[in-house]
Design a protein around this ligand. Structure first.
Ligand SMILES: Nc1ncnc2c1ncn2[C@@H]1O[C@H](COP(=O)(O)OP(=O)(O)OP(=O)(O)O)[C@@H](O)[C@H]1O
Length: 242
Protein backbone atom coordinates (compact mmCIF):
# COMPACT_ATOMS: atom_id res chain seq x y z
CA UNK A 1 0.00 0.00 0.00
CA UNK A 2 1.26 3.50 -0.83
CA UNK A 3 2.00 5.68 2.18
CA UNK A 4 -0.15 8.49 0.80
CA UNK A 5 -3.08 8.11 -1.56
CA UNK A 6 -4.71 11.27 -2.89
CA UNK A 7 -7.96 10.72 -4.78
CA UNK A 8 -9.94 13.31 -6.73
CA UNK A 9 -8.84 16.00 -4.26
CA UNK A 10 -10.55 19.35 -4.65
CA UNK A 11 -10.77 22.71 -2.94
CA UNK A 12 -12.66 25.73 -4.07
CA UNK A 13 -12.09 29.28 -2.79
CA UNK A 14 -15.14 31.27 -3.88
CA UNK A 15 -15.30 30.66 -7.61
CA UNK A 16 -11.68 29.50 -7.88
CA UNK A 17 -10.86 25.78 -8.04
CA UNK A 18 -7.37 25.99 -6.57
CA UNK A 19 -7.04 22.19 -6.53
CA UNK A 20 -9.27 20.54 -9.06
CA UNK A 21 -9.33 16.74 -9.01
CA UNK A 22 -5.79 15.76 -8.05
CA UNK A 23 -4.93 12.05 -8.02
CA UNK A 24 -1.56 10.70 -6.96
CA UNK A 25 0.15 8.22 -4.65
CA UNK A 26 3.43 8.60 -2.79
CA UNK A 27 5.45 5.55 -1.78
CA UNK A 28 7.27 5.16 1.53
CA UNK A 29 10.79 6.59 1.30
CA UNK A 30 10.09 8.44 -1.92
CA UNK A 31 11.07 12.05 -2.64
CA UNK A 32 8.27 13.47 -4.75
CA UNK A 33 8.74 16.98 -6.14
CA UNK A 34 5.73 19.10 -6.97
CA UNK A 35 6.33 21.62 -9.74
CA UNK A 36 4.22 24.09 -11.64
CA UNK A 37 3.84 27.74 -12.53
CA UNK A 38 2.77 30.35 -9.95
CA UNK A 39 -0.76 29.80 -8.68
CA UNK A 40 -0.90 26.20 -9.96
CA UNK A 41 -2.11 24.93 -6.56
CA UNK A 42 1.09 23.37 -5.20
CA UNK A 43 1.10 25.02 -1.75
CA UNK A 44 -2.64 24.46 -1.47
CA UNK A 45 -2.08 20.74 -2.14
CA UNK A 46 0.37 20.64 0.79
CA UNK A 47 -2.16 22.61 2.90
CA UNK A 48 -4.80 19.97 2.13
CA UNK A 49 -2.48 17.08 3.06
CA UNK A 50 -1.38 18.59 6.40
CA UNK A 51 -4.86 19.85 7.32
CA UNK A 52 -4.25 23.59 7.18
CA UNK A 53 -7.03 23.69 4.58
CA UNK A 54 -10.07 21.40 4.45
CA UNK A 55 -10.99 20.00 1.03
CA UNK A 56 -14.34 20.52 -0.65
CA UNK A 57 -14.09 17.07 -2.25
CA UNK A 58 -12.04 13.91 -2.61
CA UNK A 59 -10.06 11.84 -0.16
CA UNK A 60 -6.57 11.53 1.33
CA UNK A 61 -5.40 8.24 2.83
CA UNK A 62 -2.26 8.24 4.99
CA UNK A 63 -1.01 4.73 5.75
CA UNK A 64 -4.48 3.53 4.84
CA UNK A 65 -6.35 5.93 7.17
CA UNK A 66 -8.72 8.52 5.76
CA UNK A 67 -7.43 11.90 7.00
CA UNK A 68 -8.95 14.47 4.69
CA UNK A 69 -11.38 15.81 7.31
CA UNK A 70 -9.10 15.29 10.30
CA UNK A 71 -7.82 18.32 12.26
CA UNK A 72 -4.26 19.45 11.59
CA UNK A 73 -2.84 18.49 15.03
CA UNK A 74 -4.25 14.98 14.72
CA UNK A 75 -2.56 14.54 11.34
CA UNK A 76 0.68 15.77 12.93
CA UNK A 77 0.29 13.08 15.60
CA UNK A 78 -0.19 10.46 12.93
CA UNK A 79 3.16 11.48 11.44
CA UNK A 80 2.56 14.23 8.89
CA UNK A 81 4.92 17.20 9.33
CA UNK A 82 4.92 20.46 7.43
CA UNK A 83 7.86 22.77 7.00
CA UNK A 84 6.83 26.26 6.02
CA UNK A 85 8.94 28.83 4.20
CA UNK A 86 9.29 30.94 7.34
CA UNK A 87 10.99 28.74 9.95
CA UNK A 88 9.28 28.28 13.29
CA UNK A 89 12.26 27.66 15.56
CA UNK A 90 12.66 29.18 19.03
CA UNK A 91 15.44 31.72 18.51
CA UNK A 92 16.39 32.10 22.18
CA UNK A 93 16.74 28.36 22.73
CA UNK A 94 19.76 26.33 21.67
CA UNK A 95 19.64 23.79 18.86
CA UNK A 96 19.35 20.92 21.35
CA UNK A 97 16.67 22.74 23.34
CA UNK A 98 14.66 23.25 20.17
CA UNK A 99 14.84 19.51 19.54
CA UNK A 100 13.78 18.91 23.13
CA UNK A 101 10.66 21.00 22.61
CA UNK A 102 9.90 19.15 19.36
CA UNK A 103 10.38 15.74 20.99
CA UNK A 104 8.26 16.58 23.99
CA UNK A 105 5.45 17.50 21.59
CA UNK A 106 5.24 13.84 20.58
CA UNK A 107 2.30 12.03 22.11
CA UNK A 108 4.57 9.17 23.20
CA UNK A 109 6.64 11.49 25.40
CA UNK A 110 4.49 12.21 28.41
CA UNK A 111 6.87 14.47 30.25
CA UNK A 112 8.96 17.32 28.98
CA UNK A 113 12.61 16.31 28.75
CA UNK A 114 15.33 18.55 30.10
CA UNK A 115 17.87 19.67 27.55
CA UNK A 116 20.60 17.76 29.41
CA UNK A 117 18.73 14.51 29.21
CA UNK A 118 18.04 15.14 25.57
CA UNK A 119 21.68 15.86 24.82
CA UNK A 120 22.51 12.42 26.10
CA UNK A 121 19.85 10.83 24.01
CA UNK A 122 21.24 8.76 21.18
CA UNK A 123 18.28 9.67 19.04
CA UNK A 124 19.05 13.38 19.26
CA UNK A 125 22.66 12.74 18.27
CA UNK A 126 21.43 10.74 15.33
CA UNK A 127 19.10 13.54 14.25
CA UNK A 128 21.78 16.22 14.61
CA UNK A 129 24.03 14.02 12.52
CA UNK A 130 21.47 13.67 9.72
CA UNK A 131 21.14 17.46 9.40
CA UNK A 132 24.83 18.18 10.06
CA UNK A 133 24.33 20.32 13.17
CA UNK A 134 26.30 18.28 15.72
CA UNK A 135 28.83 21.04 16.28
CA UNK A 136 26.09 23.67 16.63
CA UNK A 137 24.08 21.86 19.29
CA UNK A 138 24.66 24.47 22.00
CA UNK A 139 24.29 27.48 19.70
CA UNK A 140 21.21 29.66 20.13
CA UNK A 141 18.95 29.10 17.13
CA UNK A 142 18.88 32.87 16.58
CA UNK A 143 22.62 32.77 15.76
CA UNK A 144 22.32 30.14 13.02
CA UNK A 145 22.71 30.97 9.34
CA UNK A 146 19.67 30.82 7.07
CA UNK A 147 20.56 27.32 5.85
CA UNK A 148 21.27 26.01 9.35
CA UNK A 149 17.91 27.35 10.55
CA UNK A 150 16.15 25.42 7.79
CA UNK A 151 18.05 22.25 8.72
CA UNK A 152 17.13 22.72 12.38
CA UNK A 153 13.49 22.91 11.42
CA UNK A 154 13.85 19.68 9.45
CA UNK A 155 15.52 18.16 12.53
CA UNK A 156 12.53 19.22 14.62
CA UNK A 157 10.18 17.42 12.25
CA UNK A 158 12.31 14.27 12.50
CA UNK A 159 12.26 14.62 16.31
CA UNK A 160 8.47 14.76 16.20
CA UNK A 161 8.47 11.44 14.34
CA UNK A 162 7.06 12.96 11.16
CA UNK A 163 7.12 10.10 8.68
CA UNK A 164 5.76 12.19 5.82
CA UNK A 165 7.42 15.58 5.56
CA UNK A 166 5.93 18.31 3.38
CA UNK A 167 8.18 21.18 2.37
CA UNK A 168 7.49 24.40 0.54
CA UNK A 169 10.53 25.76 -1.32
CA UNK A 170 13.10 24.45 1.18
CA UNK A 171 16.08 25.90 -0.71
CA UNK A 172 14.66 29.42 -1.16
CA UNK A 173 17.28 31.97 -0.12
CA UNK A 174 20.03 29.36 0.27
CA UNK A 175 23.54 29.68 -1.13
CA UNK A 176 24.68 27.06 -3.67
CA UNK A 177 26.67 25.31 -0.93
CA UNK A 178 23.66 25.25 1.39
CA UNK A 179 21.47 23.90 -1.41
CA UNK A 180 24.00 21.10 -2.07
CA UNK A 181 24.03 20.20 1.59
CA UNK A 182 20.24 20.21 1.69
CA UNK A 183 20.19 17.72 -1.20
CA UNK A 184 22.49 15.42 0.78
CA UNK A 185 20.28 15.78 3.87
CA UNK A 186 17.21 14.87 1.80
CA UNK A 187 18.88 11.72 0.49
CA UNK A 188 19.71 10.67 4.05
CA UNK A 189 16.20 11.52 5.20
CA UNK A 190 14.60 9.35 2.57
CA UNK A 191 15.97 6.23 4.29
CA UNK A 192 13.24 6.58 6.90
CA UNK A 193 10.99 9.38 5.71
CA UNK A 194 8.81 10.24 2.76
CA UNK A 195 9.13 13.74 1.33
CA UNK A 196 6.83 15.89 -0.78
CA UNK A 197 8.70 18.98 -1.88
CA UNK A 198 7.44 22.06 -3.71
CA UNK A 199 10.52 23.49 -5.39
CA UNK A 200 11.38 25.87 -8.22
CA UNK A 201 15.12 25.20 -8.32
CA UNK A 202 15.38 22.70 -11.18
CA UNK A 203 18.97 21.68 -10.52
CA UNK A 204 17.97 20.79 -6.95
CA UNK A 205 14.93 18.87 -8.23
CA UNK A 206 17.17 17.01 -10.67
CA UNK A 207 19.41 15.94 -7.79
CA UNK A 208 16.79 14.81 -5.29
CA UNK A 209 13.54 13.85 -7.02
CA UNK A 210 12.55 10.21 -7.37
CA UNK A 211 9.44 11.34 -9.17
CA UNK A 212 7.92 14.64 -10.28
CA UNK A 213 4.33 15.80 -10.57
CA UNK A 214 3.68 19.00 -12.49
CA UNK A 215 0.53 20.94 -11.65
CA UNK A 216 -1.24 23.59 -13.69
CA UNK A 217 -4.46 25.38 -12.81
CA UNK A 218 -5.24 23.00 -9.96
CA UNK A 219 -4.78 19.85 -12.04
CA UNK A 220 -2.04 17.31 -12.60
CA UNK A 221 -0.45 18.15 -15.93
CA UNK A 222 2.29 15.51 -15.99
CA UNK A 223 3.96 12.88 -13.84
CA UNK A 224 7.23 11.02 -14.26
CA UNK A 225 11.00 11.11 -14.05
CA UNK A 226 12.96 14.31 -14.62
CA UNK A 227 13.74 13.17 -18.18
CA UNK A 228 10.08 12.55 -18.93
CA UNK A 229 9.04 15.89 -17.45
CA UNK A 230 11.71 17.87 -19.29
CA UNK A 231 10.67 16.30 -22.60
CA UNK A 232 6.94 16.88 -22.00
CA UNK A 233 5.43 19.38 -24.46
CA UNK A 234 2.43 20.26 -22.24
CA UNK A 235 4.85 21.13 -19.41
CA UNK A 236 6.92 23.37 -21.66
CA UNK A 237 3.78 25.15 -22.83
CA UNK A 238 2.50 25.68 -19.26
CA UNK A 239 5.80 27.24 -18.20
CA UNK A 240 6.18 29.37 -21.30
CA UNK A 241 2.57 30.48 -21.10
CA UNK A 242 1.51 29.80 -24.67
N1 LIG B 1 -6.89 30.69 1.39
C1 LIG B 1 -7.10 31.05 0.12
N2 LIG B 1 -8.16 31.79 -0.23
C2 LIG B 1 -8.39 32.15 -1.51
N3 LIG B 1 -7.58 31.83 -2.54
C3 LIG B 1 -6.50 31.09 -2.26
C4 LIG B 1 -6.17 30.67 -0.92
N4 LIG B 1 -5.03 29.96 -0.95
C5 LIG B 1 -4.62 29.93 -2.24
N5 LIG B 1 -5.50 30.61 -3.02
C6 LIG B 1 -5.42 30.76 -4.49
O1 LIG B 1 -5.32 29.45 -5.01
C7 LIG B 1 -4.47 29.43 -6.16
C8 LIG B 1 -3.37 28.42 -5.94
O2 LIG B 1 -2.45 28.94 -4.97
P1 LIG B 1 -1.17 28.17 -4.46
O3 LIG B 1 -0.51 29.04 -3.45
O4 LIG B 1 -1.54 26.80 -4.05
O5 LIG B 1 -0.29 28.09 -5.77
P2 LIG B 1 1.22 27.63 -5.93
O6 LIG B 1 1.24 26.67 -7.05
O7 LIG B 1 1.74 27.20 -4.63
O8 LIG B 1 1.91 28.99 -6.41
P3 LIG B 1 3.33 29.66 -6.03
O9 LIG B 1 4.36 28.91 -6.79
O10 LIG B 1 3.15 31.05 -6.55
O11 LIG B 1 3.46 29.58 -4.55
C9 LIG B 1 -3.98 30.86 -6.35
O12 LIG B 1 -4.78 31.48 -7.32
C10 LIG B 1 -4.17 31.47 -4.98
O13 LIG B 1 -4.38 32.86 -5.09
Amino acid sequence: MSQLQVKDLQVQFGGLRAVDGMNFDVEKGEIMCLLGPNGAGKSTTLDLICGKTQPTGGSILFQGTEISRMLEFKRARLGIGRKFQVPSVYKDLTVVENLSVARSARPSVLHSLTSRAVRRSARVKEILDIVGLVNKQDEAAGNLSHGETQWLEIAMLIAQDSRLILMDEPTAGMTIQETDRTAKIFRKLSANHTLIVVEHDMSFVRTVADRIIVMNQGKKLAEGSIQEIEANEAVKTAYLGH
